[in-house]
Design a protein around this ligand. Structure first.
Ligand SMILES: [Zn+2]
Length: 404
């Protein structure tokens, strides 16, 4: 079933805008998510929805609301995060959601409170409609997506699950069906410390590193380009940090180069590290004394796996169809350049998942974060249409063929 004009009237666009303004006014920088979590819990309870606050960490709640249909059926999860990026150096007041030229400004407006507002308003529309649906619409909002993804990890580990999920991240209303994973890895070279007056008697780990990096960059990393995925491209790797030596008058005895690699589905951490180590070991034919190893970085506190479902997967199609139904434009499908909780839901826990939300990732985390309110308001109707398509078609596919 799709959203009818009659249903659309049950939610004014201004309501969605006002709700987002309220959310932006509640600061929720990563680590300070309690106020917004309790605000949402209160909102859910006022509507008589079943709502639970889960303590992911002290003062860092996740909030999950459930809207039950009258019949058993599948659980559709709408989820995203309410923690935001920091507000240092913002060019606008971060928590004063002014609107100028259809753009609503403020920290989190795009990433990801716009999605939260649109998801909740879609649930409100469904609830107001009194529609007789099957299954459950689950609204799950979490802390700590921006840093260690603790919120979604916690929900999954505590059995808060669903049959399918939509992750609300700024996709500019494209239906997201994949992203690469991330591996943080360190290459470490070892040398021998010696007085700087006799550098030839020591082994300089920094110079060894310079050679290893040059070899990797010229001979090894280009091979990644041969390993392409039809949608996600090929793995890429960036050298982000290099540290070595202890003082200027000593030959450096250790050097560490830290890389961030973007991985494809099917690649494993073990394989990624093993093939780099194998290449580094091969350099010993030219330099028998070379001591170098690669390992998972201490910066990486969790494995971030790639996420991918087929672009013709029924859920991708359904959301594209909901987009078309509400906006009259063809739904776009694409892969994302950023990692998000879809990986935890889908890759780690097997829940078919898509990414969809209003807002542009290029202004997320920026000094001038904003969201286009026309996109925001459309998103509420699109989520509602998608929920109806999932919760009603599963019960009675033959009846209720209503259209706009
Ligand atoms: Zn986000």
């Amino acid at each position: 079933m799709h959203l009818t004009q009659e249903y659309k009237k049950m939610l004014a666009p201004e309501e969605t805008i006002r709700f987002l303004q309220e959310l932006v006014q509640i600061p929720s920088i990563n680590g300070q998510e309690e106020a917004i979590g309790l605000y949402l819990h209160d909102f859910f309870q006022k509507h008589g929805w079943e709502s639970t606050v889960y303590e992911v960490e002290p003062h860092r709640p996740a909030v999950v609301a459930l809207l039950h249909g009258k019949h058993p059926g599948k659980t559709v999860m709408f989820t995203t995060h309410y923690d935001t990026h920091v507000v240092d150096n913002m060019e606008i007041p971060p928590f004063t959601p002014d609107i100028r030229d259809f753009l609503l400004y403020g920290r989190g407006s795009c990433d990801a409170k716009g999605s939260i507002a649109a998801m909740i308003m879609s649930a409100l529309l469904l609830w107001r409609s009194g529609e007789d649906f099957s299954g459950t619409l689950m609204l799950a909002f979490v802390p700590d997506e921006e840093y260690l993804n603790k919120g979604t990890t916690w929900l999954m580990e505590h059995g808060i699950t669903a049959d399918l999920a939509v992750v609300g991240e700024p996709t500019r209303m494209d239906v997201g069906f994949g992203h690469r994973g991330c591996t943080h890895l360190d290459v470490i070279t070892k040398g021998k410390a010696y007085h700087s007056a006799y550098p030839e008697r020591g082994v300089n780990a920094i110079e060894k590193m310079a050679s290893v990096i040059t070899h990797l960059r010229n001979d090894f990393f280009p091979h990644y380009e041969n390993r392409t995925h039809p949608f996600l491209g090929h793995p890429v790797i960036n050298l982000g940090i290099i540290t070595g030596g202890t003082r200027i008058h000593t030959v450096a005895d250790s050097c560490t180069a830290s890389f961030l690699r973007r991985d494809l589905p099917g690649e494993t951490t073990k394989q990624i590290l093993a093939e780099i180590q194998e290449y580094i070991d091969s350099l010993k034919t030219e330099d028998p004394g070379l001591q170098a190893e690669v390992k998972l970085s201490t910066i990486q506190q969790r494995i971030r796996l790639p996420y991918f479902i087929a672009p013709d997967h029924p859920l991708v199609q359904a959301m594209a169809e909901s987009f078309r139904h509400v906006t009259g434009k063809e739904g776009r499908k694409s892969v994302m350049n950023y990692y998000c909780d879809a990986s935890i839901l889908c890759t780690e826990h097997g829940i078919p998942t898509i990414i969809f939300g209003p807002g542009d990732i290029h202004v997320a985390h920026s000094s001038l974060e904003y969201i286009d309110i026309r996109e925001l308001c459309d998103a509420a109707y699109i989520y509602a249409d998608f929920a109806l398509s999932q919760l009603i078609s599963s019960a009675a596919p033959e009846e209720k063929e209503k259209t706009l």
